[in-house]
Structure formats: structure tokens, C-alpha cells
Design a protein around this ligand. Sequence first.
Ligand SMILES: *Cc1c(COP(=O)(O)O)cnc(C)c1O
Length: 388
Amino acid sequence: MQHTRTGDARVTSPVHPVCPAPTIDVDRSDPAYRAWLKESVRKVQADANRSADTHLLRFPLPESWGIDLYLKDESTHPTGSLKHRLARSLFLYGLCNGWIRPGKPVIEASSGSTAVSEAYFAKLIGVPFIAVMPRTTSSAKTRLIEFHGGRCHLVDDPRTVYEVSARLAAESGGHYMDQFTYAERATDWRGNNNIAESVFEQLRLERFPEPAWIVATAGTGGTSATIARYIHYSQYDTRVCVADPENSCFFDGWVTGSNDVSCDSPSRIEGIGRPRMEPSFVPNAVDRMMKVPDAASVAAVRALEGAIGRRAGGSTGTGLWSSLKIVAEMLTLGRSGSVVTLICDPGDRYLDKYYSDDWLAGQGLDIRPYAAAIDAFLATGEWPDHAG
Ligand SMILES: *Cc1c(COP(=O)(O)O)cnc(C)c1O
């Protein structure tokens, strides 16, 4: 299923959440607090200063197509996913707003990757960290959170992660980071080497330096918002497509122009697909959305290993599937140009999921028709009709 929204679709902005309540447990002008604040900001900035940029890899396509496909490899951050950028931004935002205080825990609702990265930054500045996550989160991620000194609080119903996080914060006097609200605004969308600025800089010497499309996926929606805003701000013609997995309401909300949509089943593609329209998802900035079957996402991420020798998580497959469909459309229309998508996190977190045939069988997912479609497309340039 896919859709290009027409001009009259009305999408209203999500209701603005209430900002965290004022806290009076810290004297903001206390020199000891100000020294702690400065030191914490320095530590987070120093982490960025020690880090290298992530690679922009090429996905091999037949030379004669005149189309280049790239993958921004966000799995090489120190905490292994694109959430490293987000966690850094959220910690700086929370510190500079006076929301994160010495000795008080940071709490987050997460499907895992954000919690891994936030546990790392919490340890860096020496505050406790609690992740509130669905019980279905991969065990590799809970181990990573604990490795970074965080604690995992697992819930049975993924829709309760928000209220449970808020309650834990209220009980502990801590700060609920709330990535689903603050991701889009904590990120410097105009530049400061955000993911979009980095991609455009890395494309500078390519034959098609201004991509026709950038394909993202949405968990918080922050990455697609940053990319789209940066493109509009920089006056590029690049368009943004967001690929949505089966169990998610973002696609329906975008198509119908309503925030009043929900999805009862938890997403099987970790990191993306949400039960509600998240405040950080900025639908009007996005040009197009595509609904991707979960089996297609898994088939695509397995094909990625064959193409570039690297394993990635399921959401990378969702974006790659959409990108290949867009490449197919460009071929049909006789257009040349470039397309960019992301490697969101590494596959070693999901060996017992997307790389396990037993797990696929247990979920009733048959990836063979989609895998065959990708093989056929890369061999012939024809997108098979049965592949949707
Ligand atoms: C968070 C996440 C995404 C989507 O990024 P957002 O900026 O939150 O929309 C994609 N893949 C993985 C693995 C993620 O953790």
C-alpha cells in the first residue's frame, strides 16, 4: 500500500504537551549546581568532539540504471544506533533547560535503542537511568542498557510506557525525558552537523549530489522531521518519504489528516511503528509515506547483507524496501539521480528475531516472495507485480 497525499488532506499539529513542572529541589543559582551543570554539558559535548562522523555507504545497483542508492550508516555511533544523536540532543536539552538534576534519575519510555544510548549518557554525567520498555524488546538491548549501568522496567502493554514513565519520574523526583514529545525540538534542525547536513556534505562529490529522495522510518518521527526541515531550510528539491511498518498508525494519520488514530498491535519492527501519533512526528513536512509489510522489511534487511556484507536491524529493511521501490519508479520513468536511506542499528541485536527462521515461522511471516522480488528487481530492473 502506498499513498501520495493530495493538497486537501488536513493534518493538524499534535496537541502541545505540558512542559515538565517546575521543580524546587535544586537552587538554580547554587554554585555547586552550576558547576555540576557546566561539567555535565562539557562531558556530553566532549563525547561528540571525540566522535567521527558516520559513513555514507553505497548500495550496489547496475551501472546502466544511472541511479545511485546510499545508506547512511548510523550503526557505527558509540552506542550503535541513530539514537546516539538523539540521546546527545535530549541530554543537552534537558540539562540546559534545568530539567536534569544531579543525583536524580532520568527515565525514558523506549522500544530499546534510545534507552541504550541514554543509559550511556546518563552514566557519562553520573545520574541514574531507568528504561520503561515493552517486554518484547530484544534481550540484547536490555543487556546493553544494563551494561551501561541502566535499569530496565518492562511492561506487558506497550501503550502504557508513557504513563508508567511519568509515574516513575513523579515517584523518584526524576526527569521523564519523553523522546516522543521532545525529539523533534531537541535536535538542531538547521545544521550543527545533524544527520541531514552530514548526508548533503558527504554527497558533495557524487554525480548526483542532491538526492531525488531521502527515505526515513519513524519511531519518534524526529529523524524525518530533521531531514525534511533541513531540506526546506536549505532550499533543496529533495523529497522525503517515510516508510511505516505494519503495526503503526503514522501512515493512517498522515493519509487521513487526523491525529485521532491508533494501532492496537505492537510493532514487530523494533524502533519504528507507534500505537499513537507521536508529537515529534511532523506529518506536514513529509512528502510521501509508504506502508511496508513486515515480511518485506525482513527480506530487504537480509538482502542488504548479501549486497554490502553487513547486517542491520529490521527498520533498516523497511527503509531499504521503500528505497528500492522508489528506484524502480525512477527507472520506469527514465529518471536518473540518487536516493538515500539509513542503516539505523546493527543486526547483531536481532539474531534471534529477523535473522532467525524460527522466529519468522512463529510470527507467521513468509519472506520468500519479497526476497524473490528483490532478487528479480536487482537482476532485471523490473519490479514484480506481486511484490506490491
Ligand atoms: C528510533 C529508531 C528509528 C526511527 O527514528 P526516529 O527519529 O525516532 O523516528 C529507526 N530505527 C531504529 C532502530 C530506531 O531505534
